[in-house]
Design a protein around this ligand. Structure first.
Ligand code: PMP
Length: 324
């Protein structure tokens, strides 16, 4: 994929993207010892503004991932990471929906996987980004024969590069078998999540999602939905273990995530869900979410960081939403 965005943040500077390169001896390349985040910027043409969704929360999670992987010798604060994000986007000047990809990684070049006494750094790039999933009315999904990595193998709550070999295997098999996506189970047989998204189901008017102890990434979209679905629509949401067969008999099911946004599931393992259409509650949640991310619901403006500032300095705006 070619990238029209010109600059990256690399080794402490804003540099032309083509100069942001690491060695083939890099530790993270050899052992998957990097962590990352995926953040969406929503362009609002009428506002002439780009809104970054829950920027601070993404960097708080990245700091947690860094702690797990002994990458916390990277000294940027959450506030500084927010400012770098805004600055990089201001340099790249996108006027379309954008994906922001920060990563923290081991810069060492030694052979051997251990993390201690092994220096780290942080980098960031941006790229134009439209829909992750294409095609209405929704996704046909396979329950994967691969299992989710366990907390005592590679903790899923850290967004750890090496763990994405697990999701790559599951997603690839689903695609090769003719499905759009997969849902992976934990070793104990309960539903965990999709390849890069969390799962919600609707049963008897209630929202149910998997608990954070089920080897999921603790999704920022997931927690946002739990908050606004109650406040805006009065939907109760519980987090509890979900059996595989509960998926087959659910009234509605959807994925959520930064990339996927809200993606209805219309079939699981060849069983039709919600009549092969986007369910009613899913539709309401999706419509609200997309408008909110684009800055159309003032009540949730604290969740958005405007990039271009609409008059104020970007750093002031960042401070307003990102108090680290
Ligand atoms: N699970 C995994 C494995 C993911 O990669 C993602 C995407 N970041 C999610 C869930 C959804 O998380 P979020 O809503 O924070 O993007």
């Amino acid at each position: 994929m070619s990238n029209t965005h010109k600059y990256a943040f690399f080794e402490g500077n804003y540099v032309p993207l083509e100069n942001a390169k690491i060695s083939i001896m890099n530790h993270s390349f050899m052992y998957g010892t990097a962590v990352f985040e995926g953040i969406r910027g929503y362009w609002n043409e009428a506002h002439g503004e780009m809104y970054l969704f829950r920027l601070k929360e993404h960097f708080v999670r990245m700091k947690d991932s860094m702690k797990i992987m002994h990458l916390d010798d990277v000294k940027y604060s959450v506030d500084e990471l927010c400012k770098i994000s805004v600055e990089l986007l201001r340099k790249n000047e996108p006027k379309t929906d954008t994906y922001l990809r920060p990563a923290a990684y081991k810069t060492g070049q030694r052979v051997g996987p251990s993390l201690e006494d092994n220096p780290s750094d942080m980098c960031m790039f941006t790229v134009p980004f439209g829909d992750y999933f294409h095609g209405a009315p929704g996704l046909k999904v396979q329950v994967s024969s691969w299992r989710r990595v366990e907390d005592n193998a590679i903790p899923a709550r850290g967004k750890i590069v090496g763990a994405y070999a697990n999701t790559a295997l599951a997603k690839t098999d689903a695609i090769l078998a003719g499905f759009d996506e997969c849902i992976v189970l934990s070793e104990n047989g309960h539903v965990s999540e999709g390849s890069a998204m969390n799962v919600f189901m609707v049963k008897n008017g209630k929202l149910i999602t998997t608990p954070i102890t089920e080897n999921i990434l603790e999704g920022i979209t997931r927690s946002s939905i739990m908050e606004f679905a109650k406040a805006e629509f009065g939907y109760e949401c519980i987090a509890r273990q979900i059996d595989r067969s509960e998926l087959y008999t659910a009234d509605e099911i959807f994925f959520c995530g930064t990339g996927a946004q809200i993606a209805p599931i219309i079939e699981i393992d060849k069983r039709e869900i919600s009549g092969g259409q986007c369910g009613e509650m899913t539709g309401k949640i999706r419509e609200f979410y997309v408008a909110m991310c684009r800055g159309e619901h003032k009540k949730y403006s604290d969740w958005l960081t405007p990039v271009y500032g609409s008059g104020a300095k970007s750093s002031d705006k960042v401070k307003a939403t990102a108090k680290s």
